[in-house]
Design a protein around this ligand. Structure first.
Ligand code: NOJ
Length: 729
């Protein structure tokens, strides 16, 4: 009877009622999160976790997976006085049992429904394995490929990044918290973690208010608006204030202006690290700074656990602040339905049913194919080199050809049966050709040493073939957390191997698998066909074969600029014009340029080829002198000539020609993806309103200003055609 009545109360009412029954120690317990089995950060001593759970001193655990294992710990939490269930959190960054392409690769698809779907599948599988809470999406904008965590985000652009952030949150949270296959999303790392100085992980970020609002905050806002249940702060300091203790960000912007109603978790031991930053003198002060700044849950520092009670008793932290943090966490536990059934995610049958889901694996293949960016496809003997023909004798060469786990990339899980589940390029090609097809293979070299002893055999193998397909790039742990690099060239002797094979004169296709934009200028210049294959996940080999043989017409577009040299970094398309812009790459006449390097990147944001050609006509606007709240139609006619259906991503950029603050030369404002049939012509229309013209003015107000705007449409940021409109008041 009592319980039935409780059911009718809202989660907030239930949380409030429970709060009143809690001791201070029990409240602090809810704010305490510790890691279980394995560490995803420096190990910290934490006592007996079972005992903490049983005594109500643990609110959440990370890195504990599996329906039965999570049940065991939940059973201990159910022995505590108030029986408050634990939350199990996990880094499920690009799939759980089914591994999808890394987030940066998926971003290259520009396919929002597909990205929502991979997040949905990840949530379905993870929730079946006892996980309530996924530490994703990472929505940090980054313009620095030296930073290893670019692999985990959506690239450089705040507009594309915001759409992807929202899609992923919706995917993880499905039809809403409370369903057994919906997990809480955790948007991270709030904020500007991707602006780490020098691209060195965990480094400080020195960002102006303008770049904070224009570049770094929009994806967080989009994720919060999409209903993200939780937010994680970051390791970095922002203009001298560590994110974890940043009241402006957490209290004012996130919880105040944006009305975020979920809770904030610290990053791994980032409360303790306030001391190392030089911001807190000891753990007690660190705990005080973090909770007063709006950090609700403490991951791994035990600073709240050890000091919050004293801080409250000494009047240094108001009880109301603790209550607010606990309430936010309890509300989510109620919304998840865990008070009604703490074991609802601990069902071994569900786990078993999701263990080998063929439909999920099929989608991993589709997503991987959508993520492959074709950078080059020259015509040799009057035909583009790609797609390959199945009658050609193919040599597969390179250190990644038979590799399985490297294709998974950072933030992926190991399962005992991986060797039978993960599809290497070799396996994928064999699947496509049938097992009797003659497939030549030589490894050639290792990923990252100076050994060239395998070159001779690789050359001999190439000489037997009609065409050589090479897979080179990074090992699984060369991009990711704490994987910053100053040198972005292909590691080891891989480019030397490419050169050696090139000397055979055989037609060559190079596949580059990596977690970040690498620099491969010689290859870019001399090799006729190049595919950027990122880290594509468990179905990598099948997806590569799909593209190589033309089953899938490549459609992906770069979500991040590829530099020619590390010295160009940070390099991004939406830069300012300067007062002395260079007219072209060789203009050095008192202009803003490098004397030893072109200004242009190797490959621009939005760039990517497909089979066949798409021709864009000049965009046409319905009104060149619109006023106020008019809507302007921007139409562009595109014509496709090619062998098979092709998905085209039509991009629209805007430049406000004169404004009260300088505006970037281009900003992506809209895009449309459509599938074209061979010889099809279509007109794509975008509707623009003054909403699309807005920016943060000199007072950081989000407004539009009347005047002239360039509207640019094209297949890539560096290949646009422009019309100008004068938008009046
Ligand atoms: C540190 C990472 O920065 C964060 O993204 C991750 O969720 C935590 N470790 C937990 O593994």
């Amino acid at each position: 009877m009592l319980q039935a009545k409780a059911q009718k109360l809202t989660p907030t009412q239930r949380a409030n009622a429970l709060l009143q029954r809690m001791t201070l120690a029990e409240k602090i317990g809810q704010l305490n999160q510790l890691s279980a089995d394995f560490a995803t950060g420096p190990i910290t001593p934490q006592g007996n976790k079972q005992q903490l759970a049983r005594s109500g001193q643990l609110g959440s655990m990370l890195n504990l997976m599996g329906a039965s294992r999570t049940r065991q710990l939940q059973e201990l939490a159910m022995q505590s006085r108030l029986k408050i269930p634990l939350l199990f959190g996990q880094d499920v960054i690009h799939g759980y049992r089914t591994t999808f392409p890394i987030p940066l690769a998926e971003a290259a698809s520009w396919d929002l429904p597909a990205m929502q779907q991979t997040a949905r599948i990840a949530a379905t599988e993870a929730s079946a394995a006892g996980i309530h809470w996924i530490f994703a999406p990472m929505v940090d904008i980054s313009r620095d490929p030296r930073w290893g965590r670019v692999m985990e985000g959506a690239g450089e652009d705040p507009y594309l990044g915001s759409l992807i952030a929202a899609a992923r949150v919706k995917g993880f949270q499905g039809s809403g918290l409370g369903h057994t296959n919906a997990v809480m999303a955790c948007v991270k790392h709030f904020a500007a973690y991707g602006a780490a100085i020098g691209g060195r992980d965990y480094n400080g970020a020195d960002v102006s208010q303008r770049s904070l609002w224009e570049t770094y905050l929009p994806p967080f806002k989009a994720a919060v608006d999409a209903g993200a249940a939780t937010v994680m702060n970051g390791f970095n300091d922002i203009n001298g204030i560590p994110a974890t203790a940043n009241a402006l960000l957490q209290n004012n912007i996130l919880k105040g202006q944006w009305k975020f109603s979920g809770f904030v978790v610290s990053d791994w031991a980032s409360i303790s690290e306030l001391i190392v930053h030089g911001y807190a003198k000891d753990h007690k002060q660190a705990a005080q700074q973090a909770i007063l700044a709006g950090n609700d849950m403490d991951m791994e520092s035990s600073a709240y656990q050890n000091h919050l009670a004293t801080l409250v008793k000494q009047g240094q932290v108001p009880m109301a602040t603790v209550n607010n943090a606990v309430r936010r966490i309890l509300i989510k536990k109620f919304e998840m339905g865990l008070f009604d059934d703490p074991y609802k995610f601990c069902n071994p049958q569900n786990e078993e049913a999701q263990y080998d889901n063929a439909a999920h694996q099929q989608f991993a293949r589709t997503m991987a194919a959508k993520s492959i960016v074709m950078l080059k496809n020259d015509t040799l003997q009057s035909q583009p080199l790609l797609p390959l023909k199945k009658t050609q004798k193919i040599a597969l060469i390179g250190p990644l050809v038979t590799s399985q786990r490297d294709n998974l990339g950072f933030w992926s899980f190991n399962f005992d049966d991986d060797s039978t589940r993960l599809v290497s390029l070799y396996q994928g090609m064999q699947n496509a050709l049938g097992s009797n097809a003659p497939l030549l293979y030589a490894k050639g070299c290792n990923l990252n040493d100076a050994d060239t002893s395998g070159f001779a055999q690789a050359i001999a193998t190439a000489l037997l073939a009609d065409v050589v397909v090479m897979q080179v790039g990074e090992a699984r742990d060369m991009s990711g957390e704490a994987k910053s690099k100053s040198n972005l060239q292909l590691p080891g002797v891989q480019e030397a191997l490419i050169k050696a094979i090139h000397r055979t004169g055989k037609p060559m296709v190079v596949l580059i698998s990596a977690g970040r934009p690498l620099i491969f200028n010689w290859t870019a210049k001399h090799i006729p066909a190049i595919l950027y294959t990122w880290w594509l996940g468990m179905q990598a080999g099948n997806a590569m074969a799909d593209v190589l043989f033309g089953q899938h017409n490549p459609s992906a577009r770069l979500p991040i600029t590829f530099p020619r040299a590390e010295g160009q970094i940070p390099i991004y398309y939406s830069h300012h014009n300067t007062g002395r812009p260079a007219a072209n790459d060789s203009d050095l006449n008192y202009v803003s340029a490098y004397i030893d390097l072109p200004n242009s990147p190797q490959y621009a944001f939005g760039y990517g080829l497909g089979y066949g050609t798409v021709t864009y006509a000049k965009p046409v606007v319905s009104n060149t002198t619109p006023k106020g709240n008019n809507t302007v139609d921007v139409s562009v006619s595109i014509a496709y000539n090619g062998p098979s259906p092709r998905t085209e991503t039509v991009q629209l950029y805007i430049h406000d020609k004169t404004a009260s603050v300088v505006r970037p030369v281009k900003e992506l404002r809209k895009f449309q993806q459509l599938t074209l049939l061979p010889n099809q012509q279509r007109v794509v229309t975008f509707k623009l309103t003054t909403e699309d013209l807005k920016f943060y003015n000199h007072k950081l107000q989000y407004v539009w200003e009347p005047g002239a705007f360039n509207i640019m449409v094209g297949p890539s940021s560096d290949k646009v055609q422009t019309v100008t409109v004068n938008w009046g008041k």
